[in-house]
Each structure stands twice: as C-alpha cells, then as structure tokens.
Design a protein around this ligand. Structure first.
Ligand SMILES: Cc1ncc(COP(=O)(O)O)c(C=O)c1O
Length: 383
C-alpha cells in the first residue's frame, strides 16, 4: 500500500481472524446474527457491563446515542474540538448545535471540565468526553458537571475499547459509551463499532434504532419468526456484518496481550525521547498502564514548522499524523456556527504543535529505534 519503513498504524490480522471469517462465510448468514451477538456479549463482559450493541462504525454509534437521547433542533451538545469530527457532525445532522470546549493543557489533551461547565446553557442536552489517544478524560469532574445540570454524559471511547482506568472501564462510566473498530483502531475489524449504556432501556432503544426500528428483525424472520413487523420509531441501517464481528471476537480475546505490547512500545518511546530537545510528551504524569495507547502524541517546540518536521520523518521512511485539526476551525463549522480563531486558545496553540508517531502491536524494537532516530534528526534539522 505504501513504502513506509514504519507506518503510523498497521492492524494485526492472523490466521485466527482468517479462520473465524471463513467459518462465517460458510455459515449462510452474513449480516447481524449469532456471531455478532456473541461479540456483543463478550465485549460487555470485557467491559464489566451487562450488554452492548454492535453497529456498523463509531460514527453510527454516536449517532444512535444522540437519537436515543432525542437530540434535535434547539439543543446544544458540549464537546471537545480536539477530536475526530464525527461527534460534531452527528450532533449537527441531528439539528442540534455543537458547542466546542477547550482542552486541559499541553500535558492533558482531553476536554477541560471547567471549560465544559462554563459552556453549559439551559439548551445543553448532553456532554461528550473523548479519551484522547486512550487516556481517560477527567470522568469524575465531567460526571459531576453532567449531574449538576441534569444532562447525560456520552463517552466517545473510540480510542479505548475495554480499557480499565482509575475511573472505571472507559465508556461505561458515563450514560452512553461509543466505540470504533475502524481499520486503524486498537480493535480493528475494518469498519465497526459498539455502544454500551447505563440504562438498559436506552440500550434496547439503540438496538432497535440500529435496524430501522423494526419490531421483528430479519434474523428473527430467517429463523422462522413472524414475517410481518411493525416499526415503532425512525431508525437507520447501522447493522454490523458477521464478518466484522468474527474478526472482533478474535481480537477482543487477544486484546490484553496486544495492550501489553503497546505499553512496552510507549515505555521505549518515553525513555528514548525524554532528552530530545524540542519534543514534549503529553500525559507523562499518567502511568503507562493507565491508557489504551491508541496514539503516541508528541508536541513540537513552539515555532517548529510541523510540515518540515514531517518531511524529515518521511525521508527516513517514518509516517506521522496529526490528531486532530480542531473541529471548530473546519470550513463547515466556521460557516454554519461562526467559529473563528481564538475561540479555544489552548486547543489551537497545542494543536499547531501536535504530531502522532507510529504505534501498532507488530512494531519491532528496531522499528521504534528507527522512529526515535528519525525524530532526533528531524528535531535538530528544524530547530
Ligand atoms: C475519537 C473518534 N470518534 C469517533 C470516530 C468515528 O469512528 P468511525 O470511523 O468508526 O466512524 C473515530 C474514528 O474514526 C475517532 O477517532
């Protein structure tokens, strides 16, 4: 696909995934079915909760969460701008207004609970926390703000599947948790997602809305159930495939081992980059075990030209990425909601300096060393 020596991500797909997919392909049922149900139950168990709903992707998970909360015109949702744009997009598509909040600082790229609190209005219908790179947002503080104002807390836990943190398993602390299994994620089925919810009725609503709000599913009809159904809501087709769920089940079982390898790589990066002038590492006050390590973010020195830095890395065969361009400054959000530069000073200052380095389970120690050498060289060359 590319000739990077070390790419930013690479999913680990082995013979166990291939065998599980082959079994599904010969089963005679390819859409949401028994394998997906097993995946949902296994994911819930791994997350210390009772049930979950598998969906077609993480954006679908967020959209269903907002539909279940009856989000609509006139409502506002307070959420980080420093995130992938999908939560903001589905808030907007629901007819509501995304109210972007700032991050805590250069040491903690998650949303700042004090800034979230300052942006609550009588129209606020929900708060979204995102666990940046797999590091927990300040859930106790965010949950306290949500409680005080009587609004639900939605966790965008796309970076942290089945991840224990000091606050509890990420995604299960707030009211609704949403996960992504996109091709680059820690648990990567190609396209996929999952939803968990504190209230079983909300979860069942999400399950129904995932498949057109039909009272009898296609799977039930396939099994000989009633062929006439009713529709008790306005739903979508956000069903996962059995193929993706089969891959997900295999990867879920393997997740603890994969997680340990991510932690080893992060330990190596933290040690090797500690003395590199011009490179800051966020979240250094967090224990290595206390993150899903979806990303390894660094912050370049102020004034460093990031594109030039990335070109030096690319010349050494190392891919890098930016997570994320602030959502509030995208053209669509400027034009629709009037956001401008200066609205979120901490996010804007930090994000000009952010770069993500390669991080995936099959990176060898030699790959990590190659990245570190390339970073040292790029830092000297762009100082
Ligand atoms: C933080 C965050 N939220 C939501 C999503 C959306 O997930 P998906 O790509 O599966 O729709 C992603 C990933 O792409 C993400 O990183």
């Amino acid at each position: 696909m590319s000739d990077w020596k070390v790419s930013l991500y690479r999913p680990r797909i082995g013979s166990a995934e291939a065998d599980a997919v082959a079994e599904v392909l010969s089963s005679g049922w390819l859409s949401n079915g028994p394998v997906t149900r097993r995946f949902e139950q296994a994911f819930a168990e791994a997350s210390g909760t009772t049930d979950s709903v598998a969906v077609s992707n993480g954006t679908a998970a967020l959209h269903l969460a907002f539909l279940a909360l009856d989000l609509g015109p006139g409502d506002e949702v307070v959420l980080p701008s420093l995130s992938f744009v999908s939560a903001a997009a589905v808030v907007t598509l629901s007819g509501a207004t995304p109210v972007f909040a700032d991050i805590t600082g250069a040491h903690d790229l998650c949303v700042d609970p004090a800034d979230v609190a300052a942006r609550i209005t009588p129209r606020t219908k929900a708060i979204v926390a995102m666990h940046y790179g797999g590091y927990a947002a300040d859930l106790p503080a965010l949950a306290a703000v949500a409680r005080e104002h009587g609004v639900p807390l939605v966790e965008d836990s796309a970076h942290a599947p089945a991840t224990r943190s000091e606050h509890g398993v990420l995604g299960t602390v707030g009211d609704i948790g949403c996960y992504s299994f996109f091709a680059t994620k820690n648990l990567a089925t190609g396209e996929g997602g999952m939803v968990v919810a504190r209230d079983p009725e909300v979860l069942e609503r999400i399950r129904r809305l995932r498949s057109h709000a039909l009272t009898v599913s296609a799977q039930d009809r396939h099994r000989g159930g009633p062929s006439v159904y009713d529709v008790d809501g306005f739903g979508l087709n956000y069903r996962p495939t059995e193929v993706g769920s089969a891959i997900g089940l295999v990867q879920l079982q393997d997740l603890p081992g994969r997680q340990r390898r991510r932690e080893e790589i992060v330990r190596q990066y933290r040690a090797a980059l500690a003395d590199v002038e011009g490179i800051g590492i966020p979240f250094l006050d967090r224990a290595v075990e206390d993150s899903a390590h979806h990303l390894f973010p660094v912050l370049l020195a102020e004034g460093t030209e990031r594109a030039a830095f990335q070109e030096h890395l690319a010349a050494a065969g190392v891919q890098s990425g930016v997570h994320y361009p602030p959502s509030h400054l995208f053209t669509a959000y400027r034009e629709r909601f009037g956001y401008t530069e200066g609205h979120l000073p901490v996010t804007e200052a930090v994000m000009e300096r952010q770069l993500s380095l390669p991080l995936y389970v099959d990176m060898s120690d030699a790959d990590t060393a190659l990245v570190v050498d390339a970073v040292r060289h790029a830092a000297r060359a762009t100082a």
